[in-house]
Ligand binder design. Sequence first.
Ligand SMILES: NC(=O)c1ccc[n+]([C@@H]2O[C@H](COP(=O)([O-])OP(=O)(O)OC[C@H]3O[C@@H](n4cnc5c(N)ncnc54)[C@H](OP(=O)(O)O)[C@@H]3O)[C@@H](O)[C@H]2O)c1
Length: 305
Amino acid sequence: MTESIGNSVGSGSRVDKQRILVIGAKGFLGTYAVQAAGDTFDVIRADRKCTGEPGSIELDIADASTVERVFRVIEPDCVLLLAAMSDIDRCERMPEQAFAVNARGAENIANVCARTRARLLFTSTAAVFDGCKDGYREEDAIAPLSVYGKTKAWAEDVVKALIPSAVVIRFALVLGFARKSGTNAMLDSVMGKWKAGEPVSFSTRETRNPIDAASLARLMITMLGDRQVSGLFHVGASDSVSRYELGRRLAARAGVSIDLVQPQGDPPPGRAPRGDNHFLLTEKIQRTFNFKVETCDQVIERCFS
Ligand SMILES: NC(=O)c1ccc[n+]([C@@H]2O[C@H](COP(=O)([O-])OP(=O)(O)OC[C@H]3O[C@@H](n4cnc5c(N)ncnc54)[C@H](OP(=O)(O)O)[C@@H]3O)[C@@H](O)[C@H]2O)c1
């Protein structure tokens, strides 16, 4: 295990701030979360492959003994669990691996958080729903269609059972630029294709209410810092649009020809099943946490500004 936790936190010394372990820090949302956490927390970044930079540590969440060891070394006050097999189609092709990471991995983290009383925020997905309903509240019954959705639903249950005070957030689609390859950021791959003059197909059937990565990261960090907050929350825009409409609006904002946005009706063969309507209703987070929910257009604008 490579570990390099830097002078400020080395040898068991603690700085004034509470310590947060961001797991999956090199991923799309992880990059934003690390930035958002910096003012409030002493941030330690955990990733499957660690290059030894200060403030980082290697951690495979599917390996329970490594999880235990990392928590003994780091002693986090708060944990943001972003690490996952996030590629829905890959999860469908590799269900055992998906379960090992998304379900058992989350269980490993929840177990050690419960034992050490570290505060946990777990990131889940609208894919726990089948997408047959026009708008989902937190209390609605889940019915995941994909392996990915099933692993996340399993993890939600285990997190809630082990740590009643944990925060679980579901979102349907995160927009933003990771500005590096190998993450789950949809905008990077779409813009890369558009810049090369390649058209991109977007589903006309699947509707989603997105949220931008920077706002979501700030929200998660604020929620972790407030120990009064617990339970399940939906986040996303106030309106839901089809992926095709979203593609058209993104192209318009990016100054890309609308000809490079192509409608796609039926999903291509081999794609994991996805619900059509993943519109997460957000009254609860607005009511209990005073979170300002934006429109899809405002979300898009935030990604580019
Ligand atoms: N982005 C979205 O639209 C969206 C929507 C709904 C929910 N979510 C959820 O939000 C969270 C963050 O997603 P994201 O978009 O930031 O995904 P991402 O870019 O794929 O980041 C996930 C990170 O997890 C790491 N990881 C994978 N397996 C691991 C393991 N066994 N141990 C430790 N780290 C591991 C990945 O590292 P490697 O690159 O080394 O595999 C990657 O850095 C995930 O839980 C995802 O399910 C995302």
